[in-house]
Design a protein. Structure first.
Ligand code: NAI
Length: 282
């Protein structure tokens, strides 16, 4: 046991500087796991390291769209864990919103690069470590927008459908390696992405912080939930064989109902979009 992990179970988290990834890092460190925390936001990683203790983590700047960077990062992490990885949390993501044609092509491609290609790259590079670890789990962040194609975040929603499909396929394929594969489909989680995602159509006022909380749904499947609810779900997922984790669980109804009432769901979503979600149409 040469590495810093000293035989502890380990988790490799992308998008660990903020939101769901950060809360997951804190929870797992608190449970005695060794945490690999990776992000393009180095400042966020450094404050995380201070919070959870340098001895309990390995931080490094990683852009998930860069395969060479990913390979070097996995190699450096593996050197600390004796080539083992119990849980890959492939979670980094970005958003773009607005009508399809208003989102610049390059921005749409960046969403695909981070949210889909980044996940694919994480699995290619981390698979040898997962295979070397009994009962390991590859856990991917999808979204409630992977239950039905969501207008005004169409490309984002498509990337989340892509990772959901990938999860289903690999959960069957990787059984022959003893590696479990599952995903999480969060509804509306109170993290920076909700504020950082630009509205490219300019037809809605950007809500102030106060309006944001005022307008946020207080009940129903799109009620605003804390990022800690995701961390707790990742923790439960590690001890389970379940494939899709909906947070909150009522999100699963969209997947169920759309099978026999597709027009009902389509109209409901259209209505919500017309009303505006956080931002009211001008
Ligand atoms: P967040 O914005 O707080 O965290 C995302 C993190 O990913 C940030 O720290 C960011 O720096 C990092 N990141 C972005 N591009 C990167 C890159 N190229 N390489 C490495 N790191 C990169 O937002 P949140 O909500 O914690 O997002 C985590 C995941 O959850 C994302 O995949 C997001 O799409 C997904 N999600 C979020 C929901 C929400 O309501 N907050 C709902 C459904 C899914």
């Amino acid at each position: 046991m040469a590495g810093k992990a000293r035989g502890r179970k380990s988790i490799f988290i992308t998008g660990a500087a903020s939101g769901m990834g950060r809360e997951t890092a804190k929870l797992f460190a608190g449970k005695g796991w060794f945490v690999g925390a990776f992000d393009v936001n180095m400042e966020g990683l450094q404050t995380l390291e201070q919070e959870i203790g340098a001895d309990n983590c390995f931080i490094r700047r990683l852009d998930v769209t860069d395969k060479a960077d990913f390979e070097a990062t996995v190699a450096a992490f593996g050197a600390e864990t004796d080539g083992k990885l119990d849980l890959l949390f492939s979670n980094a993501g970005i958003g773009e919103s607005g009508w399809f044609e208003d989102v610049p092509f390059e921005s749409a491609m960046r969403v695909i690069q981070v949210n889909f290609i980044g996940v694919v790259t994480s699995i290619y590079t981390a698979l040898p470590l997962l295979k070397a670890t009994p009962n390991s789990l590859c856990f991917i962040t999808s979204s409630s927008s992977a239950t039905y194609g969501m207008p005004r975040i169409a490309i984002y929603s498509a990337t989340k459908h892509a990772v959901k499909g990938l999860t289903e396929a690999l959960s069957i394929e990787f059984a022959r390696h003893g590696v479990r594969v599952a995903d999480i489909l969060p509804g509306l989680i109170d993290t920076n992405i909700l504020r950082a995602t630009p509205n490219r159509s300019g037809d809605r006022d950007q809500p102030t912080e106060e309006q944001f909380y005022e307008n946020a749904p207080k009940k129903g499947m799109f009620r605003l939930m804390p990022a800690t609810s995701i961390a707790e779900t990742v923790w439960r997922a590690y001890s389970s064989d379940k494939l899709h984790w909906y947070v909150p669980e009522d999100i699963a109804w969209i997947d169920r109902i759309k099978g026999f009432a597709p027009n009902f769901i389509r109209k409901q979503i259209g209505k919500r979009i017309a009303e505006g979600f956080f931002a009211k149409p001008k």
